[in-house]
Design a protein around this ligand. Structure first.
Ligand code: CDP
Ligand code: MG
Length: 736
């Protein structure tokens, strides 16, 4: 059976067609003498190990040393040439000149702050220098954290290529739900959140000789927590080296925090960047951005364009608009290669942004904030900056967290502009006015720790045995109100007892790499006899927001297909479960996905996530149980995690959150939007034009009293509907 040969159960994900395609790709990987000079076979970079494998297999097969050997020689030549080019590129990076000084400084000091312009080679080169200098001897590893998954993956791929090894061997990456490392791995790129999780299993990080906290200036929540933890391990592990690397020159803060650690500056090259502002504010920055791209494309000399947008949806909209425009102008103007890049973009498509632009064409990269500092794309000469990004914001009073599109800071705007002046003079087009820039933008972005719900962080720290959060060494401490709120939330979820210690439930929850509310739903599912179902729902919620798609020419068909998963109309959570189960029954078929307008990629990811969550169920000894058709049980388990997100419909059709009284709406993408129930519980809020609830499920109000009696009282579910004859109409009667 073909699937067995390809090892394990993953293979039955693939249809026969896909299996065949994969085989062709594998063949073409080895067939490297032909075509494009061997730089890439079927889109894959060759690695030296492939060559060695190929030689071995050819020799073993007793092949005639003629044709195939010629091919091989050619391929080896091409490989050597590519490697030489790569090595030359490495030597041209600003950091290269400082290699020896840097290694000396690292030897001398335990903690070193490294500052250098984006693109100077900090992320890709320093781990390699350390590797060469022997820091990976005796089986020790180098960790390099990245705030973003995409950066961790793409940088690891680049470094593997530079070293001529397969990704996942000596160089690997680890991100949530995806571990691409092996026993061989000595250079490990990982998200900051993953390193945080590693503390659980290895509190002193003994297997690492060097920890690099990279992109420190981003000040993500996890990076800020790491600061406190690594500072602590440096004290009792004199052998460990700690590097804090940052793009902005404002590194004194880091030095102050790490007991006056020395700062190593890598002087960058930065060419002059001309900044252009609009004369009047732009009402619609999407439209303005599209027009600007096209104008630049037609009028400006060669050079690629980088446009900053706030998220996947915007990027897809702009991509579509640009494609339409390009179709209408036809062949009258040069080709425009459109390259989107955002966190959830599938890996194989991400590589596209690094491919050289074809002769005569121009590339436009549509990127989220990720291209501000964590990714360097060569060849960018023009930057278009609408001046916005998506930021998490948290209201400790209501306990609500939401993603908002917000104006960027001056520091961000300058970083963005700088992306155009890396290889020559550049131009930056700001889609806002100079007045705006000077008077309306903040100097710096507020660190994430000061605008987040801290429940997750508090749970992680408690699981590491850090109980006294007030004296934890924060670089910028969170507001005490937010800390209190987090403790309160964890207490309400049954994670902490009244002394603030982790309960058994809390210890189980901490094992799951999920938000506390979702972990709680899983832990609670045992009681309702539906752990199988709730794990599926959790996997679907974690796999990404794009489960369904709606092609413009098939809107009705797509909506009908989606609605079919809503049979019984109890909510989006159960619909997600139905999708997953139907897909499983189809044999994980891609054809099924196409027929049902479901994204195959999201499903495959959900399956991976589900496998991992299922393994964790075992670890925390939660029974595998299935409540087949018991939708109430499933909804109660969800409610056990999300009861704080309960909302009730008002006469005007809007909803109000039961406790905070905030006005919220059902997201139009929800299957519940058409027949909105009176009581709902939602997964999350997103703010666009309004506060929208995403993933909404119907709830019986009595469940709130049954599941969270410490949080809700009868007056919460009876009240609010202004003084009717509440006496004769009990909640049960009103329910219908
Ligand atoms: O970390 P820093 O911003 O200082 O630089 P880097 O990420 O190490 O990038 C150095 C160079 O590596 C860039 O100029 C790119 O040419 C190249 N690079 C790449 O080709 N592909 C990546 N995924 C990352 C970097
Ligand atoms: Mg970097």
């Amino acid at each position: 059976e073909a699937s067995a040969a390809r090892g394990g159960r993953r293979s039955n994900f693939f249809s026969e067609q896909e299996a065949w395609e994969e085989q062709q790709i594998r063949k073409s990987r080895l067939n490297f003498g032909s075509g494009d000079g061997g730089r890439a076979g079927g889109g894959y970079e060759l690695v030296l190990e492939d060559v060695v494998d190929f030689v071995k297999s050819t020799v073993q097969a007793g092949a005639e040393p003629d044709g195939e050997m010629d091919e091989l020689a050619e391929a080896v030549d091409a490989k050597v040439k590519l490697q030489r080019e790569l090595q030359d590129e490495r030597k041209n990076l600003p950091v290269y000149k400082f290699k020896d000084d840097l290694l000396k400084a690292i030897e001398k000091y335990q903690v070193l702050i490294i500052v250098g312009e984006t693109g100077s080679g900090k992320t890709t080169q320093i781990p390699q220098y350390l590797h060469e200098a022997g820091y990976t001897a005796k089986g020790k590893k180098i960790a390099c954290t990245q705030p973003r998954r995409v950066a961790a993956m793409s940088v690891a791929a680049r470094v593997a290529q530079e070293l001529g090894v397969k990704l996942g061997h000596e160089v690997g990456y680890s991100i949530r739900f995806e571990d691409c490392t092996s026993d061989k791995t000595v250079i490990k790129y990982m998200t900051d959140g993953m390193l945080l999780r590693e503390f659980l299993g290895e509190p002193d990080l003994a297997s690492y000789s060097v920890v690099i906290v990279d992109e420190a200036h981003e000040r993500t929540l996890s990076t800020d927590i790491l600061f406190g933890l690594v500072k602590d391990i440096a004290r009792f592990r004199p052998d460990v080296k700690l590097l804090i690397s940052s793009a902005t020159l404002n590194a004194e803060r880091f030095s102050d925090f790490f007991d006056e650690a020395p700062i190593f500056k890598i002087p960058g090259r930065r060419y002059k960047v001309d900044i252009h502002y609009t004369t009047a504010p732009e009402a619609d920055y999407i439209a303005a951005a599209v027009v600007t791209v096209l104008q630049l494309h037609v009028k400006q000399p060669a050079g690629d364009i980088l446009l900053f947008l706030t998220g996947q949806e915007e990027i897809e909209t702009v991509e579509e608009l640009l494609k339409q425009k390009m179709r209408t102008v036809g062949s009258k103007i040069a080709e425009l290669v459109i390259c989107p890049i955002y966190a959830n973009l599938p890996t194989e498509l991400q590589a596209k942004i690094f491919e050289p632009t074809p002769e005569g064409a121009r590339k436009v990269v549509l990127a989220t904030n990720i291209a501000e500092t964590s990714l360097t794309i060569d060849g960018i000469k023009y930057v278009i900056d609408p001046g916005f990004c998506k930021l998490k914001s948290y209201n400790p009073r209501t306990g609500m967290e939401s993603l908002r599109v917000e104006p960027i800071s001056k520091a961000s705007a300058d970083q963005r502009a700088g992306r155009s002046g890396r290889t020559g003079p550049g131009k930056c087009f700001r889609l806002f006015t100079e007045y705006n820039f000077r008077h309306d933008l903040d100097d710096d972005t507020v660190p994430e720790i000061q605008r987040s719900n801290l429940a997750n962080v508090v749970l992680r720290l408690k699981a590491l045995g850090i109980n006294d959060l007030v004296s934890f060494d924060f670089m910028d401490p969170p507001a005490s109100e937010a800390l209190l709120k987090a403790l309160e939330e964890l207490f309400a979820l049954g994670t902490l007892n009244s002394r603030g210690e982790l309960t058994k439930t809390g210890r189980r929850m901490a094992e799951f790499p999920l938000d506390p509310m979702l972990s709680k739903a899983i832990v609670a599912s045992e009681k309702y006899g539906c752990s199988e179902e709730v794990v599926t729902i959790a996997a679907m919620l974690s796999a990404g927001n794009a489960v369904f798609y709606r092609p413009k020419d098939k809107l009705v068909l797509a909506d009908t297909a989606r609605q079919a998963f809503h049979a019984g109309n109890v909510g989006d959570h159960v619909a997600l479960l139905n999708v997953y189960n139907a897909w499983t029954e189809s044999g994980y078929s891609s054809q099924w996905c196409r027929e049902n307008f479901v994204q195959p990629r999201t499903m495959k990811r959900a399956r991976d996530v589900r496998d991992q969550l299922e393994a964790l169920l075992e670890r925390v000894e939660i029974e595998h149980c299935s409540g087949a058709g018991d939708l109430d049980g499933i909804r109660k388990a969800v409610t056990a995690g999300y009861f704080r997100n309960a909302a009730r419909r008002q006469k005007d059709g809007s909803y109000r959150a039961v406790k905070s009284r905030q006005m919220v709406f059902v997201h139009p993408s929800s299957g519940m939007a058409e027949l909105p129930p009176t009581w709902v519980v939602y997964h999350e809020l997103v703010l666009t034009s309004k506060e929208y609830m995403r993933q909404v499920t119907e709830l019986k109000p009595e469940w709130l009293l049954e599941i969270a009696p410490h949080y809700y009282q009868r007056k919460d579910i009876d009240g609010h509907q202004p003084k009717k004859t509440a006496k004769d109409k009990g909640p049960a009667a009103r329910q219908t």
